[in-house]
Design a protein around this ligand. Structure first.
Ligand code: ADP
Ligand code: MG
Length: 323
């Protein structure tokens, strides 16, 4: 089967048709209409085999995750998903693999009303690049730079689940399906991001861990933060590891949480609590914004936790992590 047949068979109609797609897959360019009064939000991410996913990972999950990471970026700006483009580099034209990938990608795209409008297909080491396009009313996007003194800091969901799943997979230990799903099929918090328009002062999605990603908000907003470890929302497996080792790297500095971290002025805390109920998603206050620069992390007994240099940088020496 030729490259073109593969594309039309699997990628020509992923996600719902949309009236703002004048022309989708099949020509030299897609033609897209940005509605009057809306701003286009764009983000691109590459997932490489062996770095962002294990090469033997279920292709349906790779399809899901390669779009989920971009949807999480749109969520973090309060942007509504609209269109995606996909650059696929494949070692071979394995049709079963491509079919499963398209199923995972297409299911998540449909769930968020997003249409695949174009891409590129080449031969080489397995790598997936997805560009996402979202729409946000002019002036309504939620940036990293809006945090203010006294704001409450919230996170959605639970932290460190994906990190624990990865740790267990790499060491050959059994992983319960709920944990594996958090690593391989993260659910981007798109609805939460949209509902936080006009409520959150600053927001970021957690892809590298709370300590580092909250640090981006703090630098962009020129403020500091107090974080209380006892407030961190943890599933029991993560809480057990932390209790046994006193190693906070899992909830604070492991990748792939794909939760949202956001700041709200104190008078909006009840609004956030109502939102958590409406969405059926835990939204937990983990600290607040203060004037002292940097991130101060406090243990349950009030003593500070010294933060090691946990940050992950793709161009520094690898430490065994795969994100
Ligand atoms: P060109 O050579 O003009 O860049 P291509 O042969 O790369 O065109 O692609 C033909 C059409 O198929 C284009 O509309 C392109 O956007 C689309 N396309 C190619 N690969 C993919 C893919 N992996 N997913 C979605 N659309 C794709
Ligand atoms: Mg091309």
């Amino acid at each position: 089967m030729s490259e073109f047949d593969l594309i039309t068979r699997h990628f020509a109609a992923l996600g719902p048709e949309r009236p703002d797609v004048v022309l989708g897959v099949g020509d030299d360019c897609a033609l897209l209409e940005v509605p009057e009064g809306q701003t286009l939000a764009v983000s691109i991410d590459t997932l490489s085999a062996g770095v962002h996913f294990l090469a033997d990972c279920d292709p349906e999950h790779i399809g899901h995750k390669s779009l989920a990471v971009g949807l999480s970026d749109l969520a973090a700006m309060g942007a509504k998903p609209a269109w995606a483009t996909l650059a696929l580099t494949l070692p071979e034209a394995d049709e079963d693999w491509i079919h499963a990938f398209a199923v995972g990608f297409g299911r998540l795209a449909s769930a968020h009303g997003m249409r695949l409008v174009g891409g590129d297909t080449t031969r080489g080491a397995l790598s997936v690049t997805v560009q996402v396009h979202g729409l946000v009313p002019r002036g309504a996007a939620i940036r990293r730079s809006g945090a203010r003194l006294g704001d409450a800091i919230f996170v959605s969901g639970t932290l460190g689940d994906a990190g624990l799943a990865l740790r267990r997979i790499l060491s050959g230990e059994p992983v319960v399906p709920e944990l594996r799903r958090r690593l391989e099929c993260p659910e981007p918090r798109v609805e939460l991001g949209l509902r936080l328009r006009g409520i959150a002062s600053a927001m970021i999605d957690l892809s590298d861990g709370l300590a580092g990603d909250l640090g981006h908000i703090l630098r962009a907003s020129a403020v500091g933060a107090e974080l209380e470890l006892e407030r961190l929302p943890l599933v029991s497996q993560v809480a057990e590891v932390v209790a046994a080792t006193d190693d906070w790297k899992l909830p604070l500095a492991s990748g792939d949480d794909y939760e949202l971290c956001f700041c709200v002025p104190p008078e909006r805390i009840p609004t956030v609590e109502r939102l958590a109920e409406a969405l059926g998603l835990p939204l937990t206050q983990v600290g607040w914004i203060c004037a002292t620069p940097g991130l101060n992390v406090r243990r349950a007994d009030g003593h500070p936790l010294m933060l090691p240099a946990w940050g992950y940088d793709h161009f520094q020496v690898a430490d065994g992590r795969t994100d």
